[in-house]
Write a protein that binds this ligand. Structure first.
Ligand code: UGA
Ligand code: MN
Length: 423
């Protein structure tokens, strides 16, 4: 480059070489090429030549030493890179472990193309502006009404991950009591340990779905356990605070909690990702709820999702007949009818129901994992005994000695007999 002073980057029309590149590039990237211009205004290339033809030929000649230089540079880098670096880059070499042979050799060079993707930063911040509720003493929140967050849950392999994710949302919410109501007979000690570790005030209860509904299709999901939580609230004569039904698999925006805490009687707000419209929620005119948008009406006076409302306990206490029937699809409607909700009393939340503060996300459900391994290897010679026993306690996977195919344990890309690794 002849000059050290360059003007701003400017777009330049394609020449032959660029056209070649143009054809290979995806459409959306075909904008402009930028060439450095020197201050006299002429385009700067490695070898400047007078006519376009000369320039093309000359450029090819100039390319030869350039290509040679690049090859020399690559060879130099390869020889000087440490063995560890080469291994980390997947370039092989440097290992005397015979197991390693062939494992990387099959890999095509294309698997290791250089990292040359365009990095387009949209925005970033290096300032940590997070506000953890622990920054303030509990007393700062003492005056806030308590949110009773009722979570029906049930044993399946996603249960512990779901509760863990939800807990990490609730960890940010002051003055909250988490009612975790498990749809099963026995108390799961693992859930107790988990809940204790989070430090969120909680009540862990069990209340299984009555057997007669278990195989119904559709089944009244999460009803027995929500009913148990309603009983708990009544037994404790709670007339202060806010009730919210928060399923274990939804996604909650932290602003939801400040919104529902204001509830005087009944708050309502949109829930994202519900059914065909991907939304369900109130229609608001002049600050008042006048109707509902939901793709499944089915005669429901309150066609809302369980996550789309909150109720003040003071208000609910006036209705001793509060109930949630075992009627799939109608739980919300009949619950809201049992507390005599009136349309003109509903408090629209989330900026007059224009914002989505809760999402009806659903987790893909799968069967229990099955790991077949001889029990004699589940001792403390390796981590596997403790790890797999934990997974059993969490209801994620079962360990077996007979079912299914023997678990694969591999090293350097090759399956090994258990005895080789675990004895
Ligand atoms: C939708 C609504 O969002 C739920 O509030 C409603 O209870 C449910 O439909 C229904 O009426 O069936 P959806 O995502 O379809 O929710 O249902 P799930 O998330 O599978 O279940 C809702 C809640 O009940 C969850 O917290 C889940 O853990 C719990 N549940 C589910 C049980 O306690 N037992 C079960 O057998 C199934
Ligand atoms: Mn759900």
């Amino acid at each position: 480059m002849s000059s050290a002073h360059y003007q701003a980057l400017e777009p330049q029309t394609s020449d032959e070489d660029n056209e070649d590149i143009e054809q290979r590039r995806p459409k959306q990237q075909q904008h402009h090429h930028y060439h450095l211009r020197n201050h006299s205004g002429s385009t700067t290339t490695a070898c400047s030549l007078a006519t376009p033809v000369m320039a093309r030929k000359g450029r090819r000649r100039c390319l030869l030493p350039l290509v040679g230089g690049v090859l020399f540079f690559i060879a130099f880098c390869y020889l000087t890179l440490s063995v560890d670096t080469r291994l980390a880059l997947g370039l092989g070499g440097g290992s005397d472990d015979s197991d390693d042979e062939g494992s990387h050799n099959d890999l095509d060079r294309n698997n290791f193309r250089p990292l040359n993707e365009t990095v387009h930063i949209c925005s970033e911040s290096y300032e940590d502006r997070r506000q953890f509720m622990q920054d303030k003493p509990n007393s700062e929140y003492g005056q806030l009404p308590v949110i009773y967050f009722v979570t029906p849950t049930y044993p399946r392999r996603e249960q512990i991950p779901e509760l863990t994710r939800l807990a990490h949302t609730l960890l940010h919410v002051p003055r909250l009591h988490w009612l975790v109501a498990d749809d099963q007979q026995k108390c799961n000690d693992f859930i107790d340990t988990l809940l204790n570790r989070f430090g969120i005030p909680f009540t862990h209860m069990v209340s299984p779905m009555p057997a007669k509904f278990r195989f119904a299709d559709p089944a009244p999901r999460g009803v027995a356990n929500r009913r148990a939580a309603l009983r708990w609230l009544r037994q404790h004569n709670l007339t202060n605070g806010v009730l919210y039904f928060g399923d274990d698999d939804n996604t909650y925006d932290l602003r939801l909690f400040s919104e529902i805490r204001k509830t005087q009687r009944v708050s309502m707000f949109p829930v994202g990702l519900i059914a065909d419209y991907a939304i369900s929620g109130p229609v608001v005119r002049k600050g008042k709820v006048v109707a509902f948008l939901d793709s499944w009406v089915a005669g429901r006076r309150w066609p809302v999702d369980m996550a789309g409302f909150a109720v003040s306990l003071e208000y609910m206490a006036q209705y001793p007949n509060v109930n949630m029937p075992y009627k799939p699809g109608y739980e919300e409607d009949l619950f809201l009818r049992s507390i005599n909700v009136r349309m003109d009393e509903i408090e629209p939340r989330g900026n007059n129901c224009t914002e989505v503060l809760v999402w009806h996300t659903q987790t893909k459900s799968k069967k229990l994992g099955v790991v077949r391994l001889e029990s004699k290897y589940l001792d403390d010679r390796s981590n596997l005994g403790a790890l797999l026993r934990n997974l059993e306690l969490m209801g994620v996977a079962t360990i077996t000695e007979s079912e299914s195919r023997t678990a694969q344990i591999s090293k350097n890309g090759k399956a090994k007999p258990h005895s080789v690794i675990l004895s």
